[in-house]
Design a protein around this ligand. Structure first.
Ligand SMILES: Nc1ncnc2c1ncn2[C@@H]1O[C@H](COP(=O)(O)OP(=O)(O)OP(=O)(O)O)[C@@H](O)[C@H]1O
Length: 749
């Protein structure tokens, strides 16, 4: 048998106006004028008449593009605003209870746009009259159960247990558990013998209606509801109540389940003005409803693949796969503000009506010794669903017979026909609001318009194609794309960072190398320049020997410098020439040897050395800098001064290799000494009168010695002994190296 689809139109809310009503049910719409002809009739009889007319089970709605045209949708039942909860229940749900207790599963679900009365229909209000389908169902089950038990005189027992859960943001949560106990992932689903079951769902035995009411009310406080602009108590989840009925007789036990489902309503978020949280919920709701519509369409088109698994709701609902009876209650709002949403809902419901459900009762579990398992025959195996060509529900009461007179007057109602054959190509563009870039709500796009099938306009296919990209799907795709891009970026960012790090390290190394090179070059250059400077100073003072040494020290720092090489060569010549010039008669060996600890023939040896080996010049004179030269050496060359200094009484061999060139200062000092003028000598730095007299005495003694060696004969008027160098001076009696140094420093150049 097919899914039974009934439409229920809710009354106007306080905020809605009569003027805005666009939905008409049954023949009430066609003949307001006719109603006026029977205006004298009482209200009560009018209502009854209208109720009768509405039994034609047609819902009419104007074409949004052309108000003069109407779409008509026929269902298994149509209930207008006047129909009470009791009437609806009696007509549509009560008949299923008997099937339930006979072992058939029953599925009742309310479908519709937000704020159209689904929760009102399923749960209802608090008063007895307002009670919805669910409490009435339970009431009916208990009543029938008691009857069965009574009729069997207690042999047959009927047990009722409940499960109640919601699908919120595509996650399943047990409504019998408080929200604090929920896990983020929700409860998993599992396939069990062709049925989808929720793992870990609690099942509460419930023996009385009172007990049910307590459990149900408590569980409903756990349900996700929230106020939206379209509904002050909007359900943000699909709620599924499972009523498991177990009938145990002495022979067998039979279990069947009634599922009462209050679906969340589809929402056009341009109207809801939902915040972020509501939007997420809304996207999830719209997605699942879209998948449901796709399932319905796929079943209608006999497609091989039905996308049940794309949403938990469709997986659980398993529309078309479930056995037993299925009743869909399509809730509708009668006003214009729901126009497009209503058309969309009508389309889905229309297609659902064509879905065939196998009316198969659940197998009983036999008691006693085990019986051979009955293999399901091919016939009883699941068969592909096929759409119905005529929607006649054989199990449901037939529509009330119409007045034959009226029947003749009115055209036979074509299911889903439209009384217009104008081209529909512009309809889609009309359906889109001028805002343009805003997303089109699924509910706004009729998956298939109920226009004449033979004249399906080209444009009519467009919404179906667009519908493939649901809001949720698009969001999912965008999210996926963004994640991919971010991942690629992160990888490239990482490699970029490591490249930069590597580059930095390379640069750092290169910089260090350069710095080292520059430092080295600078140091070397600075050293070379300081030698050159000193050389020039020495040269300016006429100290050619010192100048030569400085130039020679500077030479390695300025390789291939011809000018420097020329200077060195010229200076060498000059120094050699001076040395030969100065090489005069050596002091008498015997005398000097006794009085001074001088080396033998120092001057001559020195002169020979210069003459013999110019190349060794620096090495041989390396330790022989005069004190002031030593002071002028660059600091980093102080190593040379690290040589042990000789005390005044030690043999000052360092003066042996004294520079052959004598500076003017030294010459001046020596001339003062050789003058033997005590008054001048005592003025020398660090000498004083006593020392000066002692020094002159020493020199006179030397003169005397020379005279003695010449047999008392004075050779000339000049003193015979001349001090020729600082070394000689330092070795005179009472004079040491320090004294010589002080004297020299005190002499102005
Ligand atoms: N048949 C009816 N008689 C009286 N009031 C009704 C009827 N149907 C709906 N209403 C009222 O309409 C409003 C919206 O109904 P309800 O909350 O049941 O809508 P809904 O479809 O469940 O919405 P949502 O999908 O957002 O949960 C409520 O105030 C409800 O009382």
């Amino acid at each position: 048998m097919s899914v039974r689809v009934v439409a229920r139109v809710r009354p106007l809310l306080k905020s809605e106006r009569d003027l805005d009503v666009i939905l008409r049910t049954g023949s009430s719409a066609t003949d307001k004028s006719r109603l006026s002809t029977v205006g004298e009739k009482s209200d009560k009889s009018d209502k009854k008449l209208a109720a009768l007319r509405d039994r034609d089970n047609v819902v009419r709605i104007p074409n949004p593009k052309n108000e003069g045209e109407e779409y008509a949708f026929q269902f298994n039942g149509v209930y207008d605003a006047e129909v009470s909860q009791q009437e609806l229940f009696d007509a549509e749900v009560a008949p299923t209870i008997k099937h339930l207790l006979n072992g058939f599963d029953v599925t009742l679900f309310a479908y519709g746009v937000t704020g159209t009365g689904k929760t009102h229909t399923m749960r209802g209000g608090k008063t007895l009259a307002d009670r919805g389908v669910i409490p009435r169902l339970l009431s009916g089950v208990y009543r029938r159960a008691r009857k069965i038990e009574k009729d069997s005189e207690g042999e047959t027992k009927v047990q009722v247990s409940l499960s109640y859960y919601e699908i919120y943001n595509d996650k399943v949560y047990d409504l019998f558990e408080p929200p604090e106990k929920r896990t983020m992932a929700g409860l998993p689903l599992r396939d069990n013998g062709g049925k989808t079951v929720v793992c870990g769902l609690s099942e509460k035995p419930c023996t009385t209606l009172k007990e049910f009411e307590q459990l149900y009310d408590q569980a409903n406080t756990n349900r996700s509801t929230s106020a939206t602009k379209l509904n002050a108590h909007s359900s943000r989840s699909h709620a599924i109540l499972g009523v498991k009925v177990t009938i145990s007789s002495p022979e067998h036990t039979r279990v069947s389940t009634a599922s009462a489902i209050d679906l969340a309503g589809s929402e056009d978020n341009r109207r809801t003005e939902n915040d972020k949280e509501r939007m997420v919920e809304s996207a999830s709701i719209n997605k699942s409803l879209f998948v449901l519509a796709q399932c319905v369409e796929a079943i209608n088109k006999k497609q091989h693949r039905i996308p049940y698994r794309e949403s938990k709701m469709t997986r659980i609902l398993s529309l078309g796969q479930n056995n037993g009876l299925t009743v869909m209650i399509l809730n509708l709002a009668p006003v214009r503000s729901y126009h497009l949403d209503t058309i969309s809902s009508l389309n889905v419901a229309n297609r659902t009506r064509k879905i065939e459900v196998r009316e198969v009762e659940n197998d009983p579990m036999f008691k006693g010794p085990a019986r051979p398992a009955v293999r399901p025959s091919l016939a009883s195996a699941r068969q592909p669903l096929r759409p119905l060509t005529a929607s006649v529900n054989v199990n449901m009461p037939a529509p009330a017979a119409k007045d034959p007179a009226e029947k003749d007057d009115t055209k036979p109602v074509k299911a889903f026909s439209v009384y217009s054959d104008k081209p529909q190509t512009k309809l889609i563009s009309q359906l889109r609001k001028p805002e343009g870039p805003k997303r089109t709500s699924l509910s706004n796009v009729p998956s298939s318009l109920p226009i004449k099938p033979a004249r399906q306009p080209l444009g009519a296919q467009a919404p179906a194609r667009h519908a493939d990209f649901s809001t949720a799907r698009i969001e999912e795709m965008v999210e996926k794309k963004v994640e991919e891009i971010l991942a690629v970026r992160a990888v490239s960012e990482q490699s970029k960072q490591s490249q930069v790090r590597e580059l930095n390290e390379q640069l750092q190394r290169r910089l260090e190398q350069l710095e080292q090179r520059i430092d080295g070059t600078e140091d070397a250059r600075a050293e070379g320049l300081s030698y050159l400077l000193m050389a020039k100073q020495h040269q300016a003072r006429g100290e050619d020997g010192s100048a030569l040494r400085m130039y020679q020290l500077a030479a390695p720092h300025f390789p291939h410098n011809e000018k420097l090489a020329g200077k060195i060569a010229a200076l060498k010549d000059r120094v050699h020439a001076k040395a030969w010039e100065k090489q005069g008669p050596s002091p008498p060996k015997g005398r000097l040897g006794s009085m001074l600890s001088l080396k033998k023939e120092p001057t001559k040896t020195l002169g020979k050395r210069h003459a013999e080996d110019d190349d060794d010049y620096m090495d041989q004179t390396g330790g022989g800098f005069s004190s002031d030269e030593e002071i002028m050496r660059p600091r980093h060359k102080k190593r040379a001064s690290a040589k042990p200094r000789h005390s005044e009484n030690e043999d000052p061999t360092f003066l042996d290799s004294e520079d052959p060139s004598i500076s003017p200062r030294t010459m001046h000092l020596l001339s003062i000494i050789n003058s033997r003028d005590v008054s001048q000598i005592k003025l020398l730095k660090g000498v004083g009168a006593k020392k000066a007299e002692a020094l002159v005495d020493c020199l006179c003694e030397m003169d005397q010695t020379t005279t003695d060696e010449n047999n008392g004969e004075v050779i000339s008027d000049q003193p015979q002994f001349q001090v020729n160098s600082l070394a000689q001076l330092s070795q005179l009696k009472g004079v040491g190296v320090k004294t010589v140094e002080n004297m020299r420093q005190g002499v102005l150049a």
